[in-house]
Design a protein around this ligand. Structure first.
Ligand SMILES: Nc1ncnc2c1ncn2[C@@H]1O[C@H](COP(=O)(O)OP(=O)(O)OP(=O)(O)O)[C@@H](O)[C@H]1O
Ligand SMILES: [Mg+2]
Length: 337
């Protein structure tokens, strides 16, 4: 079976260690390992372990919800004191983006984060800790935010995205208090907390904070809290500031991963996935298009594929034509270069 299909199938398998389906899943993993597909086997293994963990976790939550008890077992997103704005947004597990095409190097690093998290108890027996403070960097539209969502989904962890627009307040001292509140609230709560484009705090100079010293202080508080964080979850910060990253920043993280633009091979794969529900005209040679698209971000490539598909669908054609794809490519070319 094709790797992407197998991965998709595995994501939908739920149950505990003793369920027949889980046993079958493990024998498939073993088979793939025997065939020498070690990376695929590792990936499937991580997904299954995540799903088992997820089903263990969902039972008590369901029971609690039924009897309507103990509100402190449910995480409450802290709010800004003045405007009562939530400091983070929750994204439901089933809405998390996760079908990714990544370079083998990035895929390995993400799998390592997932595996270490799953093995956290075993690691603790040896006085070791999983990687849980991660920095994703690289150009826009190359999967940084998406990878954070994928990790939460694979591990069955709740996903929260920090809302810096609520965190940063124009009232002196309040931004700092919001940041403290947020970190305090997640200390004992296993989740993935995404500090998306966290460097934008530094760019708030023209916002309603007048004192540049205050911004500097907020950034330092955030970095300090990141450094100290030793909670139950995984913190992921992202930035697309390439090259100009402060060396001191890397030191605060357990791992940092660069998200490069896709290679020709990865572009072909993305296009195949994007077009999997439709037919392609036999004159469409994806490899040739991939060559044309080198240097573009994943996001633009997905957009080109979707634009071409939409054009075919609204013209009631069953196949995507060379013209559909050429037009979409030309229209989007300017955006990326
Ligand atoms: N590796 C990938 N595999 C498949 N699709 C991808 C990948 N990376 C990005 N995409 C597509 O691009 C879109 C944007 O990706 P994402 O939001 O993760 O980018 P980003 O790196 O966080 O960009 P930014 O720096 O602008 O926030 C996704 O919704 C998805 O459609
Ligand atoms: Mg992003």
């Amino acid at each position: 079976m094709n790797q992407a299909l197998l991965t998709r199938l595995f994501r939908s398998i739920e149950g505990d260690q003793n369920d027949t389906l889980i046993k079958v899943a493990y024998s498939i993993i073993e088979n793939e390992r025997k065939k020498g597909h070690t990376k695929l086997a590792d990936k499937l293994d991580t997904i299954i372990q995540g799903n088992i963990a997820k089903s263990k976790k969902s039972e008590p939550t369901l029971k609690l919800a039924k009897v309507g008890s103990s509100s402190d077992s449910i995480y409450k997103i802290p709010v800004d004191r003045r405007y009562r704005l939530p400091l983070a947004t929750h994204i439901e597990n089933e809405h998390l983006r996760h079908e990714m095409v990544l370079s083998p190097n990035v895929e390995d690093k993400i799998l390592r984060i997932e595996k270490e998290y799953l093995a956290r108890e075993r690691l603790a027996h040896h006085g070791l800790k999983p990687r849980k403070k991660i920095l994703f960097y690289g150009s826009s539209g190359c999967g940084k935010s998406m990878a954070a969502e994928r990790i939460a989904r694979d591990l069955g962890l709740p996903f929260y995205r920090v809302r810096f627009d609520s965190v940063i307040s124009s009232y002196l001292g309040e931004s700092a208090s919001n940041i403290f509140k947020l970190f305090e609230s997640i200390e004992d709560y296993p989740c993935v907390l995404l500090l998306d484009e966290f460097d934008m705090i530094g760019k708030q100079r023209d916002a309603n904070i007048n004192d540049p010293g205050e911004i500097h202080r907020i950034v330092n508080i955030l970095l300090g809290l990141l450094e100290e964080y030793d909670g139950e979850g995984i913190l992921i910060a992202t930035t697309n500031l390439e090259g100009s990253l402060d060396k001191a920043l890397f030191r605060r993280f357990d791992d940092f991963i660069e998200f490069p633009k896709p290679t020709e091979k990865e572009i072909v794969e993305i296009l195949k996935i994007s077009f999997s529900a439709l037919k392609l005209n036999s004159k469409v040679h994806l490899k040739d298009y991939a060559k044309e698209m080198i240097g573009m971000s994943y996001a633009i490539i997905v957009k080109i594929a979707n634009d071409a598909a939409k054009k075919a669908i609204i013209s009631s054609r069953e196949e995507i034509s060379v013209e559909d794809l050429n037009m979409a490519l030309e229209e989007n070319r300017a955006i990326n270069r």
